[in-house]
Write a protein that binds this ligand. Structure first.
Ligand SMILES: [Zn+2]
Length: 124
């Protein structure tokens, strides 16, 4: 590629009346090569921008569709009931401190809630 200094020199010579000769033809060749190089660089830049766009668009699409990532799915482990130690399907609160753990077979374990014996124990 032509340097800025070379380009300035060409411009100065043109203004001083140099309009033909081997030196001028060499400059013309240089300018044409310079143009080809710039076009090639622009094509490369557009190619890289296109790649970047597709990458970023894919990231945004993942967020937009809330598509679960495979890694997150494989990390999901069953939750275990603290009462019996078996996996449970769901849990819900039954009191400010108590939680009921519902198992897949319908069995239900409770923690934290006062038991029937404690609540009915006679006061002393
Ligand atoms: Zn249980």
């Amino acid at each position: 590629m032509l340097t800025d200094k070379e380009a300035e020199e060409i411009e100065r010579k043109r203004k001083s009346g140099v309009s033909s000769g081997p030196i001028l033809l060499a400059w013309v060749d240089g300018l044409l090569a310079d143009r080809k190089e710039r076009v090639r660089q622009l094509q490369y830049l557009r190619q890289r921008l296109n790649q970047a766009f597709r990458y970023l668009d894919g990231l945004v699409r993942d967020v937009q569709t809330s598509r679960p990532r495979p890694a997150a799915v494989s990390k999901a482990k069953p939750l275990y009931c603290p009462s019996c130690g078996q996996p449970y399907a769901r849990a819900h609160g039954i009191s400010p401190d108590g939680i009921a753990y519902v198992h897949a077979d319908g069995r239900e374990c409770r923690t934290g809630a006062p038991t029937q014996d404690e609540s009915s124990a006679p006061l002393r």
